[in-house]
Design a protein around this ligand. Sequence first.
Ligand code: HAM
Length: 409
Amino acid sequence: MTKLVRGFRDIFEPQSKNFTQLENCARDVFAVYGFSELRLPTVELKELFVKSTGETTDIVQKEMYAFEDAGHRQLAIRPEGTPGVVRAYLENNFVQNAPVQKFYYIGNMFRAERPQAGRYREFEQIGAEYIGNSAPAADAEVILMLKEIVARFGAKNYSVKINSLGCDKCRPLYRQKLIDFLKQEKDTLCENCQVRLEKNPLRVLDCKIDGPRFIGRVPQFELCPECQAHFDEVQRLLKGKIDFVVDPMLVRGLDYYSRTVFEFQAGDGSQNAIAAGGRYDSLIKNMGGPATPAIGWAMGAERVMLARGESTPEPVKSVYVVSMDKSCNETAFNLMQQLRQAGIRTEGGLFDKNIKGQMKQADRCCAAHAVILGTDELAAGEVTLKNLQTGEQHRVSLEQVENEVKQLV
Ligand code: HAM
């Protein structure tokens, strides 16, 4: 028997219903905030992620599912949604026609990470990208929108961390300061951070091994006056609307961020970010477009569910149609269709099985009532309606059955 690939999952009900529920919460909130859905392709040119997510990131270096297709194109299965959104924005000329855009996407992302609780190789992201607004109000808006979705879904135990990574003016100065500081500690750094030190020193701060040692010790990021004013205003707008803390160690694992970054974190495991995002004011320019500010986030659907805790959605009550004789099958089948047309969850149709087999299936389906059709009932133009919890049963005419079942389920 062929087995499932490690790190991938089959998701059955009731868990699969949690996804639908979260997606519905998100769609409702996106609608009131004026975000429109963008359905992105799963496969893009590999270079898209190399150029945007970043050459030095773990995602691109170690985790991307990349392959060459029959036409010798270097492709990748998307590890995240932001690069695809930017590509679509540029390729469809929104820059000229309607530069301010609010997009959302819901889709599976793929990263060849080491699987563990809350970390999968295929996972669902619900993401939002607000393009064309540099004002701090946009930062506050997307953060509050994220909070609203998480709250509607019912996840409560999380904290919000924010930070500013400065801009192309002030970050290089800090970067150099950090390199100088970390060089003194070089021998004590983990293997990965030895490499990060030159290539991406900020990442040392959120390294699970080295990061905690440097809390309170690393040089302070001095934002330029514009970035400081922006960050102050974001905090002012958020105050009183959401609890958050400023965490100078929050740097994020993707290369395109500038200014505001944030994470919603639950629990204290290593997979604790249930959602994360930030500004990427230089990305669109770096991808060949005009300088265009943007900010966004993505939530990991599975992690938001874990943060809420198990919740088993109530099963919808159903009726089960049983046919006791071959001569009743067609009427039973037509009745099933009639009840479904009336919006009633209806099961049945296992007419090759005897009554015992059909009743057993009704039980397995957790049906609340059975509609039973035998030759007697058929001759009288009736059915037997049986309550499967109490065992009570009575006859109902075929004309009345739809109305009566509607009252029951
Ligand atoms: P990210 O931090 O790489 O950011 O991922 C966002 C969220 O996806 C994480 O906070 C986490 O909840 C979830 N996630 C990531 N990897 C996994 C995994 N292996 N298994 C389960 N969940 C996972 C981005 O992807 C950016 N595109 C976010 C963004 C949008 N920034 C600006 N706009």
